[in-house]
Design a protein around this ligand. Structure first.
Ligand SMILES: Nc1nc2c(c(=O)[nH]1)N[C@H]1C(S)=C(S)[C@@H](COP(=O)(O)OP(=O)(O)OC[C@H]3O[C@@H](n4cnc5c(=O)[nH]c(N)nc54)[C@H](O)[C@@H]3O)O[C@H]1N2
Ligand SMILES: Nc1nc2c(c(=O)[nH]1)N[C@H]1C(S)=C(S)[C@@H](COP(=O)(O)OP(=O)(O)OC[C@H]3O[C@@H](n4cnc5c(=O)[nH]c(N)nc54)[C@H](O)[C@@H]3O)O[C@H]1N2
Ligand SMILES: [Mo]
Length: 763
């Protein structure tokens, strides 16, 4: 483990340090050769889809594209280390609770199904049959199927997700809390109202055709490093890239491409963002409205002076609804308010608006910095407005690019993981399978946690992920998990969700994406959908980490048979024997998957068409709606000067709750994560010093105290009125009620907090 230090990182993102970091990770996983060999098959036509991010790959047909963090995700799964029954025998669950997230997962791949034994406070091995029987009996005993929650994390394949929703709907509920409820739900809920589809509208090749890129609240160098290839190519073509982020993220500044021999040998790099604006935390609506205000007012002036228009009037008239109310709201919004809420000056916003107005084709990219807010869905709608005002949708080189998180989070949704199923989908499901699926809406993550807290839910099944660490408000929500009768996790690695458990608790170890999946009809491949709606096949190469592992689809089938027994109308064995059959069923329920099995056999897979990309607007008005957002989001004037808005971010060395190490290279942090980034002015204002230990307390409105202790203050270039720390360490501070009322996305990126010196101020 790295020694603790804090030192400014001087290098560009990427470069030799990226190669070194991946090499270090391969060694640490004790499998340098196997993992390095495994890496040769990432995103290759006959290989497996990278289990890292959801950024598309140039057709899955290219030569190997180096990606440090994709490599780490692969190495982490292909590790030589094993978390065996002997390990569980040596440690009580209570003891393991004191371990950090890094050490828990460093125990290696889970090897056996395990069941909690209260008498010894340990997990003991069980057979698969026993495990399924226990789950089946517990679920079947529930008086109401809506008393169980079925979570999905976005690494799950289309095939596993489809069978999972099939089982759960036959069981009788739509309770599908999903990791995307904490992630891009603002996109899934906000965009359909705007443009009729809850997904992005660009393809990878649009980055080669665009003249302008805006990036709001997304950290590509860390979270979707393969995107750096597109950004670098665009920057080298002279395309202006404007980034809006409270951090000056290094990869948004400059990038040294590990694949470019010239940059690597001459130690040169490419400047990525032509302008990097350090927007206030929660200040994006103000920026977006500021830019649009410029466009509307310049267009008003152009009309008066008979100059060329600034807005695309033909597009607005032909394709949109709601222009006049939007323009009126923008004209009426005062610059003072925009400046206060955004943290940017009017001149800066005018500059960026000018760049946008001069571009023929523009792409607006965004990530968690826009979605994880109380105004998440509205933020996203304003990003859509920005595109629509200049017709930047449904033409080459232009559009909206939400960057998804997990590698198949988008696909899981497409094949039915949703708590709000459409009537059309349910009808098709009924027609194909012959049972009547429930139509009442189910729970998302927030409403599931509320129901669990009330005691209305008794059982939880998790298809992947680590929900207990990912969710807000730990004190309350963890207590809710501990009250459950049954918790089941289908996992590859040991994590906190296994430790914060119900009375009966099971860990079911599954195959990872890098591993061969052999069923009755031979080796199987699965399919995934990336951030740009490309669907392609993925087939693992490695021998399974243990002979006791089952595939995710096989585990779903096992649970389904044990729970539904003869009642089930589904022939589960038939599906598991050959995943082509699952894909045929997906095609029968979702016509967009026409010729599914044929099309995934073509290298590169196929694109699921997006109506908005074709300028077909499946909205209530039949047009793209320009939606007014009243106000400017999180107004700093709402709180006294003592309150700061805390945002929670990922380090360069984590994958969500998986911590590869405790370091964060580009932000200069080594060996520690209990860090609070704050600017020198805000530190001095509180009579504190860089390096002090502080406690962070959330400003709550429900009278509950939410506090984390002894974080180390790090003086950092950061906007006023705000501070930042790592996810998930600050999740206890996020009140469950602090979520977007439209999309229920927790407000992970803007938590009002107060900072006080810890009792022992110095480390
Ligand atoms: N290596 C790696 N890859 C990953 C992941 C990972 O953890 N590790 N996670 C995956 C998942 S599930 C997801 S969803 C994506 C997440 O990828 P990102 O969307 O990049 O997620 P974050 O790092 O949480 O935050 C993004 C950026 O938002 C900025 N930000 C914070 N608050 C605000 C704000 O109020 N406004 C603006 N404009 N910016 C703000 C932060 O400084 C940060 O740079 O990545 C996926 N890929
Ligand atoms: N404060 C704060 N909280 C956040 C966020 C934030 O930015 N700030 N981000 C949110 C976001 S965007 C997301 S997506 C969620 C993430 O929430 P989750 O998706 O629930 O969490 P992960 O950390 O990705 O899950 C890691 C675990 O997944 C399991 N796993 C890995 N690979 C596989 C596999 O192939 N199959 C199966 N079955 N299991 C596997 C391993 O056991 C591992 O321990 O967290 C959210 N929480
Ligand atoms: Mo995510």
């Amino acid at each position: 483990m790295a020694k603790k230090s804090i030192r400014v990182y001087e290098h560009p993102a990427g470069g030799w340090d990226a190669l070194k970091a991946l090499g270090g990770q391969l060694l640490e996983q004790k499998s340098p050769l196997k993992a390095a060999n495994t890496l040769r098959h990432v995103n290759q036509p006959d290989g497996f889809d990278c289990p890292g991010c959801a950024w598309p790959d140039p057709k899955h047909t290219s030569s190997f594209e180096y990606c440090e963090n994709g490599g780490k995700a692969v190495a982490w799964e292909a590790t030589a280390m094993r978390c065996t029954p002997e390990f569980f025998a040596a440690h009580t669950v209570t003891e393991l609770e004191s371990w950090n997230d890094h050490d828990l997962e460093m125990t290696g791949r889970l090897t056996h199904p395990m069941a909690y034994d209260a008498a010894s406070d340990r997990y003991l091995p069980v057979s698969w049959d026993e495990a399924f029987a226990t789950i089946g009996a517990a679920l079947a005993a529930l008086p109401d199927p809506n008393m169980a929650e079925f979570y999905t994390s976005g690494r799950t394949s289309n095939e596993a997700a489809f069978l999972y929703q099939l089982f759960v709907r036959e069981f009788g509920t739509n309770n599908f809390p999903d990791c995307s409820n904490m992630c891009h739900e603002a996109t899934s809920v906000g965009l359909p109202k705007s443009i009729g589809v809850g997904k992005g509208t660009v393809l990878l090749e649009d980055f080669d055709k665009t003249d302008c890129i805006f990036i709001f609240g997304q950290n590509p160098g860390t979270n979707s490093p393969r995107m750096m290839t597109s950004l670098r190519n665009a920057a080298r073509r002279g395309v202006p890239i404007h980034s809006f982020n409270p951090f000056r993220e290094r990869a948004l500044e400059r990038f040294q491409a590990p694949q470019d021999p010239v940059e690597m040998t001459t130690l040169t790099s490419t400047k990525i963002s032509s302008c990097l604006y350090q927007v206030r935390v929660g200040g994006d609506v103000a920026v977006l409205k500021g830019i649009m205000k410029c466009l509307v007012e310049w267009d008003d002036a152009a009309r008066r002076d008979e100059h060329p228009a600034v807005l695309d009037h033909e597009f607005i008239a032909g394709h949109t609804a709601g222009f006049e109310p939007l323009a009126a709201d923008l004209r009426a919004t005062a610059w003072d308010d925009i400046e206060r809420c955004s943290g940017l000056t009017r001149a800066e916003i005018e500059d960026t608006a000018r760049t946008y107005a001069q571009a023929e084709r523009a792409i607006v990219v965004y990530g968690m910095g826009l979605t994880q807010h109380r105004f998440g869905a509205q933020n996203v709608q304003q990003a859509a407005n920005l595109c629509l005002l200049r017709g930047n949708m449904g033409k080459d080189g232009a559009g909206l690019c939400p960057v998804r998180g997990h590698s198949n989070v988008q696909g899981d949704r497409t094949v039915g993981i949703t708590e709000v199923p459409s009537a059309e989908f349910l009808e098709r499901l009924e027609k194909r399978f012959g049972f009547t699926p429930p139509s009442a809406h189910g729970h998302n993550v927030v409403t599931a946690l509320e129901a669990m807290t009330r005691g209305d839910v008794r059982a939880f099944i998790g298809m992947g992920g680590n929900i207990v660490s990912a969710i807000p408000d730990w004190e309350q929500t963890h207590a809710a998990f501990r009250k459950l009768d049954l918790t089941v996790h289908i996992s590859t690695k040991l994590n906190r969700s296994h430790l914060v458990h119900g009375k009966t608790a099971l860990i079911l170890p599954c195959l990872g994406r890098t591993e061969i999946d052999i069923q009755a009809n031979g080796p199987q491949s699965v399919t995934v959908e990336d951030s740009m709606s490309m669907v392609h096949a993925s087939a693992g190469r490695n021998a399974p980490a243990s002979e006791h592992l089952l595939s995710e689809p096989a585990i779903v089938a096992g649970i389904a048979r044990a729970t539904l027994g003869a009642r089930s109308v589904v022939d589960w064995e038939h599906f598991i024997a050959d995943y082509d059959r699952i894909r045929d069923a997906i095609e029968a329920v979702f016509p967009i998957f026409e010729a599914y099995n044929d099309r995934i056999r073509v290298p590169g897979g196929f694109h699921l068409t997006s109506t908005a990309r074709e300028r077909i607007w499946v909205t209530d008005s039949g047009k793209a709606n320009l939606i007014v957002h009243e106000g400017l989001g999180e107004d700093p004037a709402l709180h006294d000067a003592d309150v700061l808005w805390l945002t929670s971010v990922r380090s360069h060395d984590q994958y969500n709750t998986t911590l590869y190490s405790l370091s964060d290279r580009y932000r200069g942090i080594k060996g520690q994560r209990d860090i609070l980034f704050m600017n020198p002015e805000e530190i001095a204002k509180r009579g504190l010093n860089d390096g002090d230990r502080v406690d962070i307390t959330a400003v709550s409105v429900d009278g509950m105290e939410r506090k984390v202790a002894r974080f180390r203050l790090v003086s950092y270039a950061f906007p006023n009125g705000a501070c930042a720390a790592y996810y998930p360490e600050v999740n206890p501070l996020v009140p469950l009620y602090a979520h977007d009322p439209m999309s229920f996305t927790p407000s992970y990126k803007a938590i009002p907090v107060r900072i006080t010196p810890s009792a022992e101020a110095r480390a």
